[in-house]
Design a protein around this ligand. Structure first.
Ligand code: MN
Length: 241
C-alpha cells in the first residue's frame, strides 16, 4: 500500500495558489494512494469546527470525496489549527490522530508528530503551547463569537511572527534531546514530523541504534509530500505550475 504524508500546507484564503495545488493533489495523485496522512497545519488558522468558512468547507468536501473513494484519511492537529477537531474529521471522512501517534508501516514502526512539541529550546513557545492546549482555555475561546475569535487568532499570529523574527534558528528547530526522548519513550528509531519547514532525512547512530528523522516540507512555494510504498520512502517536491 502506498501512503502519502504531508503537513504545513497553511491553507489560507489569501493564498489561493496553495489551495488550488492541494485540491489538484487530492483529486489526482492522492487517489492512487491507500492512505493520506496530514500531520498538522493544514490550515493557517482554524477558528473552530463550527466556523470552517468557505475555504474550510471546500477543503472538507474535497477530503470527503477522497475518503469516499476508498483512501484512508488521517489528520493531526498542528500549532496553527490546534482547534481542528472530531467534527471536521468526521465530515471529511477522516480519523483524528493524537500527537504523537505510533504507526506500523511494513516492518517499520514510525512515530508521527507535528513537531512543535519537540522545539523545547523555545521556552516561550512551549509555555504558550501548554496554555493553548488547556481544554478550559479552548472551551472559553470556542464560546466567543466568531468575529472575536478571528481578531484574537490574528493577534496571536502577529505575536508569533514577531517572536520568530527575534529567535535564533536553532531555537526554532527541534531539540536533539527532545527527539531522543520521544524516540526512547515510544521504543522506536524512526520519527516523521513537519512544523519546522526544513524538509530533510536525518540519520544518526546512538547507543548502537540507527535512528532516522524525516522532516516534511511546507507548501509555501511548492508542494511537499513523503511517498512511502513497498520499495521504501521518498521525499518529493511538487512543483507549482
Ligand atoms: Mn506548525
Amino acid at each position: 500500500m502506498t501512503r502519502l504524508f504531508a503537513s504545513d500546507l497553511h491553507l489560507d484564503p489569501g493564498r489561493p495558489d496553495i489551495t488550488t495545488q492541494f485540491l489538484d493533489f487530492l483529486d489526482g495523485p492522492a487517489r492512487e494512494a491507500g492512505a493520506l496522512y496530514l500531520l498538522g497545519d493544514l490550515f493557517e488558522a482554524w477558528l473552530g469546527d463550527d466556523s470552517p468558512g468557505t475555504l474550510g468547507e471546500t477543503v472538507m468536501a474535497a477530503l470527503a470525496s477522497l475518503s469516499a473513494s476508498g483512501v484512508g484519511l488521517f489528520i493531526m492537529q498542528g500549532n496553527r489549527d490546534f482547534l481542528l477537531g472530531e467534527d471536521f474529521c468526521r465530515r471529511a471522512g477522516g480519523t483524528l490522530l493524537t500527537d504523537p501517534t505510533l504507526v506500523t508501516i511494513g516492518p517499520q514502526r514510525v512515530l508521527l508528530t507535528h513537531g512543535d512539541a519537540l522545539c523545547t529550546g523555545d521556552a516561550g513557545y512551549q509555555r504558550l503551547r501548554s496554555l493553548l492546549r488547556d481544554p478550559e482555555v479552548q472551551r472559553a475561546f470556542l464560546a466567543l463569537p466568531v468575529d472575536r475569535r478571528r481578531v484574537l487568532a490574528a493577534e496571536a499570529r502577529a505575536g508569533s511572527r514577531a517572536h520568530l523574527a527575534g529567535a535564533d534558528e536553532y531555537v526554532t528547530d527541534v531539540s536533539p534531546e527532545a527527539v531522543e526522548r520521544v524516540l526512547q519513550q515510544a521504543g522506536v528509531s524512526l520519527l516523521l514530523h513537519g512544523h519546522t519547514h526544513r524538509p530533510a532525512v536525518h540519520r544518526w547512530r546512538v547507543a548502537g541504534r540507527d535512528c532516522t528523522r524525516i522532516v516534511l516540507g511546507d507548501w509555501h512555494r511548492q508542494g511537499s509530500v513523503l511517498r512511502w510504498d513497498e520499495t521504501g520512502y521518498e521525499l518529493l517536491e511538487l512543483p507549482r505550475t
